[in-house]
Design a protein around this ligand. Structure first.
Ligand SMILES: C[S@@+](CC[C@H](N)C(=O)[O-])C[C@H]1O[C@@H](n2cnc3c(N)ncnc32)[C@H](O)[C@@H]1O
Length: 281
């Protein structure tokens, strides 16, 4: 079966008709609600918090954030970001309580550093694996998103992103981009091996040693079944910065890689890359 992510960009896929169909489907409402509750459980927040809902759509997930009982640590205040004007229009008509922003998360997150206590994203970030034009790369979009998310969260903050990767490569691409941005990361899989399997990327922003919170992803997910801890920060640190001689082939290749991560289109590398030119008279 073809995936909508492979067919159209999200803002075109979620047009007025699709957005209405999505929001009024009771099957979708039930699934999205149960995944939102699972994400909240993984966030493990005990008091009313400021939460970013990434790819909030018509507010199905946000609505749950507003309705959490004080006894369960709610209700939460939330800000929703989405690229589809039709989805946000329905959220407005449904009078959701969060503030809504029409924006592409692949361009980064335009918030002051440390604005949010936590973030959730339900069924949205796999869309970033598809770049809509040849001027941008999906790696660059993922990098900008996770760098922005990392900066927008308070130290010790957490994010839980439920997502539907198309394949193992997308799963690795997404979790790899999160780790590169500095997050401690773990993937939790519910109902693995079934057609109802659900993946949750659990992310922590390093807290200070005194706070003790958020320092290590294993603290978040260690007692849960089906958890794959992906914390590669130590490995990154050990590898350290590579110092290449300016102008050398290795230096040029690492610059090209850096530009690619920023979403720039760079020329393919070949055996001629970095080769000295003959002096022309
Ligand atoms: C399956 S819907 C989920 C909506 C909502 N989270 C829910 O649980 O009902 C996916 C949403 O992600 C949004 N989305 C996809 N790519 C996006 C991007 N680059 N920036 C912002 N939103 C995006 C889509 O517009 C759509 O509303």
């Amino acid at each position: 079966m073809s995936r909508p992510e492979d067919t159209l960009p999200p803002d075109l896929h979620y047009n007025d008709t699709e957005a209405r169909k999505y929001t009024t489907s009771s099957r979708i409402q039930t699934i999205q609600a149960s995944m939102t509750h699972r994400a909240l459980e993984l966030l493990d927040i005990s008091s009313p918090s400021m939460i970013l809902d990434i790819g909030c759509g018509s507010g199905l997930s946000g609505e749950i954030l507003s309705s959490i009982d004080p006894a369960d640590g709610g209700p939460h205040i939330w800000v929703g970001m989405d690229i589809s004007a039709s989805m946000l229009d329905i959220a407005l008509q449904r009078d959701v309580e969060g503030d809504l922003m029409l924006a592409d998360i692949g361009q980064g997150l335009p918030f002051r550093a440390g604005t949010f206590d936590a973030a959730i994203s339900i069924s949205a970030i796999q869309w970033l694996c598809n770049a809509e034009s040849s001027e941008v790369s999906s790696t660059g979009r993922l990098t900008r998103f996770f760098n922005g998310l990392y900066a927008s969260l308070k130290r010790g903050g957490r994010a839980v992103c439920q997502f539907y990767p198309k394949n193992e490569q997308q799963r690795t691409m997404i979790s790899g981009a999160a780790i590169k941005a500095g997050f401690g990361a773990g993937i939790l899989e519910d109902d693995p091996g079934t057609k109802n399997a659900k993946l949750y990327l659990v992310l922590t922003v390093g807290g200070s040693a005194e706070e003790g919170a958020g320092e290590d992803i294993t603290g978040v997910v260690k007692n849960l079944d089906g958890v794959d801890v992906l914390d590669a920060r130590r490995k990154h640190k050990e590898k350290g910065r590579k110092d290449f001689k300016k102008g050398s082939k290795a230096w040029i290749l690492s610059k090209k890689e850096q530009m690619e991560r920023k979403g720039k289109v760079v020329k393919h590398s070949s055996k001629y890359t970095g080769r000295k030119r003959n002096i022309a008279f």
